[in-house]
Design a binder for this molecule. Structure first.
Ligand code: GTP
Ligand code: MG
Length: 214
């Protein structure tokens, strides 16, 4: 006989992303920052230093474990990887600042990323990822400058938030918002491991693209 007890407390405490309910298709990997995608739709690019967790975040957002390749060794994403949802494209960019890449590889990644950020007219918005444990690097600031110059809609995802306790997370968010001169409302505390902030970020991405498609 089973004793009547309270049900166990939920362990999966985070809602899933609205993007996880939608069909998704891998369109391809492209070396050209201005590659034309067949059906014109809003495009959201994922920007951040190597190993910050771009591919992991993208997978968490769309609720597929192995869509974008996650690497133990950084530098695995070297081209624009484009994914299509019914109403938007997600673009996984190579990471910047990978110290062990060759000089020419780094230059190649940088020109690809900069090409997308400064010259890709079809780009709708950017999700910029920053590791919550670190202050912005020199390169983070450079890319931040390009984003500000273009004035493109921006969401900042603080990744790996599971590595800090609750109080420290909020403190770091305020500190980074101030340092980067980006409003706190554009920040999201995220963790691909626990699911923190993933639903919220997915909703913001959808909202950004819905305005565009109006
Ligand atoms: P590149 O493609 O090399 O630029 O890396 P990336 O930015 O795509 O990072 P990726 O998603 O491959 O993750 C890099 C490492 O960080 C992997 O070992 C992940 O498991 C780990 N990681 C990613 N997100 C999180 C997170 O939210 N929490 C924790 N604890 N680890 C994470
Ligand atoms: Mg990657």
């Amino acid at each position: 006989m089973t004793a009547m007890t309270d049900p166990p407390a939920p362990t999966a405490m985070h809602r899933s992303s609205p993007l996880a309910q939608l069909p998704i298709e891998f369109i391809g990997s492209f070396p050209d920052p201005l590659v034309r995608l067949e059906t014109p739709l809003p495009e959201i690019a994922f920007l951040g230093r190597s190993n910050v967790g771009k591919s992991s975040l993208l997978n968490a957002l769309v609720g597929r474990r192995k869509l974008a390749r996650v690497s133990a060794s950084p530098g695995k994403t070297t081209l624009l990887n484009v994914f299509r949802l019914p109403t938007l494209y997600l673009i996984d960019l190579p990471g910047y600042g990978y110290a062990r890449a060759s000089h020419s590889d780094r230059a190649g990644f940088a020109s690809l990323i900069k090409g997308v950020l400064t010259r890709r007219t079809t780009l709708t918005g950017v999700v910029w990822l920053l590791d919550i444990r670190h202050l912005p690097s020199k390169e983070d600031r450079e890319y931040g400058g390009l984003l500000a110059e273009r004035g493109i809609p921006l969401l900042v995802a603080l990744t790996k938030s599971d590595k800090l306790n609750r109080g420290a997370r909020g403190e770091r968010l305020r500190e980074l918002a101030k340092a980067l001169e980006v409003p706190e409302a554009q920040f999201e505390l995220t963790s691909s491991s626990t699911g923190l902030g993933i639903a919220e970020l997915g909703e913001s991405v959808l909202a950004a693209t819905a305005t565009e498609a109006r």
